[in-house]
Ligand binder design. Structure first.
Ligand code: ADP
Ligand code: MG
Length: 678
């Protein structure tokens, strides 16, 4: 048992225990799982093996008197020369003038400090006389913000390991340790704190990477299973052949990926649990088409369907495209914030009386006065912009419909299975045939005159262009000012036959709408915009996308913006104006010009920028791991996920005695996570 208060460790009194409590450590278990941030290496290596800028330990003989120079107030620098192997190494020590007396010519010394390979120089942290040999050459270093020193923590942890290592229970079944060649929990804890070599340290880390990911995936799988059990009885019964007839009369044939995703969705809908699925796919890959077919299945099942989108413009676009897709087969209504008064009452009645089959809307859909007669399926478009609260609001209305989240921001698989771990994921990773990929170029700003000529030519051929404004970080206001200036400038530049429009976040909704409608009907040919245009806008006649300051955007966001063009049958172009300084920036621009697959870009973005930056600061939704790194450890993540699925769906926790310790551990650990065990 290691779940005992920390003051049961010898030498830990109330004061020290209070200091530990400040950094969240109250039990021996907490203590043992407070891992070092780094390790100092006191191994003595030959000069030729030392690495520049690393902390190293060397031994040799002092030659000549050390020299101390003073500077500033009470500051000093001691320089000494040490014969190490064949070379003379210079040692520097700051503010310890007294060391001069202890380090005399002929003395043999052991020095530890930061190594400068170019100058053969060491900046000394620690010195010892004689041939010191550490019995533990790799020493842990712990970081704690408050009152605790690393050396104090180290001492307490050492004592705790001595007292309690026999009490650390293995939680993984024996078979796992054998199959994956993992260290036991006890051994791994010892090695993580006091490694006997860097090799075993790596092993110890590997064990905890797996353990951490397995526990996380178990939590996700248990949540998923319980969600399914909780919503038992939620099945929509539809005649599949009627749904297929609908698919057959569409003006196109579904791609394989669409077909696969649709099957996954229909299976969920027909199954006796609530669907909780994410549908990912690039702009134009045909997600909405798949969603529409799913809504149709709901209608066939005698239920209503709803589709929620983040903006009114999008709601109207969806309304139009659904109406043309469904024709007479469904009554489709619009419910947004601007549907008011008598019209709103009428629509609410239609929804209540089940005269409306499909309801398209914004957040207005989940307001209190809306009561659905019989809601079977909800599609939530661009789930990034919908918070957990909105999802819950629907549930709180007493309805637990099948929910499909759609997003055009492809999320790398590793992130998808971590941050949406309790969801099922469908991917449309192929485009309908005949689509022309958007040709993408990267230019510097001095190409602008030629660019403008190019836009003029496209407009003369009847097409339209977007120009995304320079970004000024952290400042909406300046961004808008920028947009206004660019707008005025372009108005003067283009010929008489070109109307330039302006779109930014500060415009009122009806102003925005007006601009978008004018652009959609080609009354505006060049639309200058901030990034508000990003989400879901559909103007197939636009063939050019110019993006200023492209280096400031993430690859996924650039890809989103690029997705505004290339929606019709003609060749489209995306031009990135950027002057990135670093190699990574240049690499990113190059990737954009070469890749049009959103999933591939997302993977690259993740590799280049890391998981934290991938989602942006606002919403990461990523769990924090102590030892695991979901980018580097993606293989362990996949393994852990498969294992967790097997454990949960084969009921191994209950059935197999080998899983008893794990079962007990989960009961303890997941107490507060809304997971219930019998
Ligand atoms: P998304 O929602 O993923 O952006 P949509 O479903 O709106 O994509 O599809 C984009 C366009 O492609 C629409 O005009 C749609 O009618 C058409 N489309 C969808 N699926 C196919 C397909 N399999 N073959 C050809 N065109 C398709
Ligand atoms: Mg269902």
């Amino acid at each position: 048992m290691i779940d005992v208060p920390i003051n049961s460790v010898k030498g830990v009194g109330d004061a020290l225990a209070a200091n530990f409590a400040e950094i969240g450590i109250t039990t021996v278990s907490d203590l043992l799982f407070f891992f070092p941030n780094r390790y100092d290496n006191y191994e003595i290596k030959p000069l030729s093996d030392l690495l520049h800028d690393e902390k190293v330990t060397i031994q040799g003989e002092v030659i000549g008197e050390p020299v101390v120079t003073y500077f500033g107030k009470r500051k000093s620098r001691l320089v000494l020369r040490v014969q190490v192997e064949y070379a003379v190494v210079k040692g520097i020590m700051f503010n310890r003038p007294f060391a001069k007396k202890q380090l005399q010519p002929g003395d043999f010394v052991t020095l530890t400090g930061k190594w400068d390979q170019h100058r053969l120089q060491i900046t000394i942290d620690q010195y010892k006389k004689g041939k010191v040999k550490h019995d533990q050459p790799i020493q842990p270093v712990y970081y704690a913000k408050q009152t605790l020193k690393s050396s104090q923590i180290k001492k307490v942890i050492k004592q705790a390991i001595d007292q309690y290592s026999a009490a650390i229970d293995e939680i993984l079944p024996e078979q796992y340790l054998e199959d994956y060649k993992l260290l036991s929990r006890t051994k791994a804890i010892q090695e993580l704190h006091f490694p006997s070599s860097f090799q075993t340290l790596k092993h110890a880390k590997r064990r905890f990477v797996y353990e951490e990911l397995l526990l996380f995936q178990l939590k996700m799988q248990l949540l998923r299973k319980q969600n399914r059990e909780r919503t038992k009885g939620n099945n929509q019964t539809f005649d599949l052949s009627v749904v297929h007839q609908f698919v057959d009369q569409l003006p196109f044939v579904l791609t394989k990926a669409q077909q696969r995703s649709l099957n996954e969705i229909l299976q969920d809908m027909a199954a006796p649990y609530r669907m909780n699925r994410l549908l990912q796919g690039d702009v134009g890959s045909g997600k909405t088409a798949v969603a529409a077919i799913s809504l149709y299945a709901s209608i066939v099942a005698g239920k209503q369907g709803a589709i929620m989108v983040p903006t009114e413009i999008l709601a109207e676009q969806h309304l139009d495209s659904l109406r043309s897709l469904f024709g007479e087969k469904a009554t489709i209504v619009l419910l947004t914030g601007s549907v008011k008064g008598k019209k709103r009452k009428e629509i609410l009645t239609m929804i209540e009386q089940r005269e409306a089959d499909i309801i398209v809307g914004t957040h207005a859909l989940i307001q209190e006065d809306v009561s659905f007669a019989n809601l079977g399926t909800v599609i939530v478009d661009e789930q990034h912009r919908f918070g957990v609260n909105q999802r819950k609001a629907l549930r709180d209305k007493g309805i637990d419909p099948d929910v499909l989240f759609m997003t055009a921001t492809p999320i790398p698989r590793t992130l998808a299975i971590t941050s949406f771990g309790d969801m099922d994921v469908s991917q449309i990773d192929e485009m309908p045939v005949g689509r022309k990929p958007v040709e993408t170029y990267w230019v510097k700003e001095n190409m602008l005159p030629r660019l403008l000529q190019f836009i003029q030519k496209q407009i003369d051929q009847g097409y339209q262009a977007y120009v995304i404004c320079p970004l000024i970080e952290e400042s909406d206001k300046l961004d808008i000012q920028n947009a206004v200036e660019l707008y005025q400038q372009l108005q003067e530049t283009f010929e008489q036959n070109v109307t330039v429009g302006l779109l930014h976040g500060r415009l009122h909704n009806d102003e925005k709408e007006e601009v978008m409608t004018a652009f959609a009907s080609n009354q505006i040919q060049v639309l200058v915009s901030t990034t508000v245009v990003e989400v879901g806008v559909n103007v197939p006649n636009a063939t050019v996308m110019i993006i200023y300051d492209a280096e400031r955007f993430g690859l996924s966001q650039l890809h989103q913006l690029r997705g505004r063009v290339g929606r019709g049958d003609v060749q489209s172009y995306c031009i990135l104006i950027a002057d990135p300084k670093g190699d990574v920036g240049k690499e990113r621009m190059r990737i954009m010009t070469e890749t049009t697959n959103g999933f591939a870009l997302a993977e690259q973005d993740l590799q280049l920028r890391g998981p934290g930056d991938f989602f942006g600061k606002k919403q990461s939704g990523l769990p924090e791991f102590k030892v695991a790194d979901i980018v580097q450890d993606y293989r362990a993540l996949e393994t852990a996920r498969n294992d967790a699925q097997m454990i949960v769906y084969d009921n191994l926790l209950e059935k197999d005695p080998a899983y008893q310790p794990l079962h007990d551990y989960l009961k303890q650990t997941f107490k507060t996570d809304g997971i219930t065990f019998d």
